[in-house]
Design a protein around this ligand. Structure first.
Ligand SMILES: NC(=O)C1=CN([C@@H]2O[C@H](COP(=O)(O)OP(=O)(O)OC[C@H]3O[C@@H](n4cnc5c(N)ncnc54)[C@H](O)[C@@H]3O)[C@@H](O)[C@H]2O)C=CC1
Ligand SMILES: CC(C)CCC[C@@H](C)[C@H]1CC[C@H]2C3=C(CC[C@]12C)[C@@]1(C)CCC(=O)C[C@@H]1CC3
Length: 345
């Protein structure tokens, strides 16, 4: 019988490696001595020790070129959550993830680590210290969440001891840090347009914001501890900073750190949510004529006015996870990294 030659376990691929999380992951993997292949629809940087493969993850042949001799695949590609292109989410997050799994099988990859999201259980109402056994959202709040649920199921169901193929899903929440294209830029844009004067609700809602290096640490631990008969197989894990913070305190610390005023006046949650829904409806109806992008979408209002924080006890127990950068330090590093977004810059 021909012996199947296994790729070196220090060779990995990062699908979505040109993105915010992906690039931080790639940098850390290189520091740890991994040879890394980045697969992405765009190339945003160059790094010694990293090979770039530009392509769409829905294209199996393109993927197979990048997965040659790779033993670990990190899948952290996704369309931007704010997009409302349902067909794109279906194609990339669902059909594309099937293609990734198939390509992993054909290339002899042993481990697939999916970046899922803690939002797969979020329906717009309070979530307090939830464990991973909370059921998936029955009424997902948007297409992004809907397809992240399907994606996570596909990856976890693909775990197979018989095929020597092990899978795991990491569920981060509210990732932030240097080079994040979403949280800080959107916040500053809203502040510059005078829209950050108001607190939605009473301001006491607790939320997880997770520093990108902690998310990276969770991914690498997952990959290194995932093996046959380990409790990690086919499981989902929350990865957070383990320091839930008041949503509006966190936003205020970022804003004040960058020289803007903190929001002060309170508005009732239901009023703002109703207005956001109405604006969304108007934007939807007007779409054939004009593209309107409201700052306060129903999703953002729900995230800004409810509790949503998650227990990471399972990751601590099964993979020895502990956040490596505490929240205070993480906020300071983040603020420092955006000199161009400071007030007056
Ligand atoms: N940013 C956040 O707060 C959170 C993000 N996540 C998940 O983390 C992952 C990474 O997110 P970010 O780094 O924030 O996003 P990002 O938008 O910075 O990175 C995503 C990358 O995927 C690539 N990509 C998109 N479609 C592709 C395709 N068809 N083929 C190949 N590459 C493609 C993009 O070019 C981009 O470089 C995503 O899966 C997201 O769902 C989960 C929880 C929270
Ligand atoms: C205008 C303000 C009321 C809000 C500005 C900040 C928001 C842009 C961010 C606050 C919470 C963030 C968040 C995500 C994106 C950016 C925020 C809405 C995600 C939706 C990204 C993708 C996920 O998987 C879940 C995240 C939850 C928190």
């Amino acid at each position: 019988m021909a012996t199947r030659i296994r790729p070196s376990n220090k060779r990995c691929a990062v699908i979505g490696g040109s993105g915010f999380l992906g690039r931080h992951l790639v940098e850390r993997l290189v520091d740890r001595g991994y040879a890394v292949a980045v697969f992405d629809i765009r190339q945003t940087y160059e790094l010694p020790g990293v090979n770039f493969y530009q392509g769409d993850l829905c294209d199996k042949h393109a993927l197979l070129t990048a997965l040659k001799d790779v033993s670990i695949v990190f899948h952290c590609a996704s369309p931007a959550p704010a997009s409302d292109d349902r067909a794109l989410f279906q194609r990339v997050n669902i059909d594309g993830t099937r293609t990734v799994i198939q390509a992993c099988h054909e290339a002899g990859v042993q481990k697939l680590v999916l970046t899922s999201s803690a939002s797969v259980v979020f329906e717009g109402s309070d979530i307090k210290n939830a464990k991973e056994d909370l059921p998936y959202a029955k009424r997902p709040i948007d297409y992004y969440t809907e397809t992240k649920i399907q994606q996570e199921k596909l990856v976890l169901e693909a775990c197979s001891k018989e095929m020597d193929f092990f899978t795991i899903a990491i569920r981060p929440h509210g990732i932030f840090g240097p080079r994040d294209p979403q949280l800080v830029p959107i916040l500053v844009d809203a502040a510059r347009r005078g829209k950050m004067k108001f607190i939605i609700g009473d301001g006491s809602n607790l939320v997880d914001f997770t520093y990108v290096e902690n998310v990276v640490h969770g991914h690498i631990l997952a990959a290194e501890r995932l093996k046959a008969d380990s409790p990690l197989c086919a499981q989902a894990y929350h990865i957070t900073n383990d320091e839930p913070v008041r949503f509006w305190d966190f936003m205020s610390q970022i804003l004040v750190g960058l020289g803007y005023s903190a929001p002060r006046y309170h508005l009732p949650y239901m009023l703002v949510y109703g207005i956001a829904l109405l604006l969304w409806l108007i934007a939807f109806i007007m779409r054939p004529l004009v593209q309107i992008k409201p700052t306060f979408t129903p999703m953002r209002v729900a995230l800004a006015g409810t509790h949503h924080y998650y227990s990471c006890a399972r990751a601590k127990q099964d993979m020895g996870y502990q956040p490596v950068v505490p929240l205070k330090e993480a906020i300071a590093r983040t603020v420092e990294s955006y000199p161009h977004l400071r007030k007056g810059a």
